[in-house]
Design a protein. Structure first.
Length: 334
């Protein structure tokens, strides 16, 4: 098979997790011709349909019945949705829109893929340094298992991390990478897992405490803060990703921001500042700013889809193992 024909093989996509990001990815893929959404799983079931899943139909079924497992055709109601779907053929790439609480969850899911001999492309939008470090320990197993895995491929880590890696080439030494984000969402319940992960970064909270909180307790916390979460010096995987790429030591990377859970308008602009010293000895700062009109969903799912496409091209060329958003450029999806 020639390389040209090889790259014409369709990318059949599965989405693991059907919360806010999972649903946003489904809507985005529906607007692309090069990718077909054929599988989805939540906690109570999964659906697999080789001809493609209609996003509006799936969203309606999920809203009315509480699981994609009731979708027809192809729906299966089961408590073992993730592992049962892994064993079904017809999906060559998955977007992991799963909650990362506890921090070991994504790594354990990847181990399940490896144990079942599945081969293809996996992409996540992980945020925590410790979660990505667990995946780094699986590099050899992923390469041997024929899986092309791209990690940290959302907005940050992801879009902003890749921008920092590119901007770093203006300098001989990177002195600081500072990522500041503003997120606005109309209703926190649409992104329960994401908000719960953010709460784990607040002073006095950790992963275990955030995971144990009920929805009522989260709502009470947001009432006390007027719906806003102020996050500083977060444990964010941008640091380990940029260090692993050889850009700078992780202690020179800082991440923080504000999440407004009651207003779709961003409380502040999202940007990354890369400060470095040029070969002439001058110190300067590059700033890359995201447009305020772009939503969190657009800035996470768009790059993640581009990294899925890049991963599919790598996979078809026989490149397996673990890559990060700083190692690979996302590819445009028509």
């Amino acid at each position: 098979m020639t390389a040209e024909k090889q790259f014409q093989q369709p990318l059949t996509l599965g989405i693991l997790g059907y919360g806010g990001l999972g649903q946003a990815m489904a809507r985005l893929v529906a607007r692309r011709q090069q990718v077909r959404w054929v599988a989805v799983a939540d906690r109570k079931g999964y659906a697999l349909h080789p001809e493609g899943i209609h996003p509006l139909v799936c969203q309606r079924v999920y809203a009315e019945r509480g699981s994609v497992g009731y979708l027809e055709p192809g729906g299966v109601v089961t408590e073992n949705a993730l592992t049962e779907l892994m064993e079904r053929p017809g999906v060559n790439a998955y977007f992991l829109a799963l909650p990362n609480l506890p921090n070991t969850f994504i790594a354990n899911v990847v181990k399940e893929f490896l144990a079942r001999g599945w081969r293809g492309v996996l992409v996540d939008a992980l945020k925590r340094t410790s979660a990505v470090e667990q995946l780094l320990e699986l590099r050899a197993a992923l390469a041997a298992g024929g899986i092309t895995y791209l990690t940290g491929c959302g907005a940050t880590p992801g879009l902003l991390t890749a921008a920092a890696a590119l901007a770093a080439h203006s300098y001989e030494e990177i002195l600081q990478v500072k990522i500041t984000f503003g997120v606005g969402i109309a209703n926190w319940e649409a992104y329960r897992a994401t908000i719960r992960e953010d709460i784990a970064h607040l002073p006095g909270y950790d992963v275990a405490k955030a995971q144990a909180m009920t929805d009522a307790e989260i709502a009470e916390l947001l009432d006390r803060t007027d719906g806003k979460l102020y996050l500083e010096n977060m444990e964010h995987a941008d640091d380990v990703i940029l260090e692993w790429a050889g850009i700078c030591p992780r202690d020179r990377v800082t991440v923080g921001g504000v999440v407004d859970t009651r207003n779709p308008r961003k409380p502040l602009s999202t940007h990354v500042q890369i400060t470095g010293r040029t070969f002439e000895g001058k110190v300067s700062t590059h700033t890359f700013t995201l447009g305020d009109e772009t939503s969190m969903a657009a800035n996470v799912c768009g790059p993640a889809l581009g990294y899925l496409q890049a991963g599919w091209h790598l996979h078809q060329q026989g490149h397996y193992g673990l890559f990060t958003c700083a190692d690979v450029m996302p590819r445009w999806v028509k």
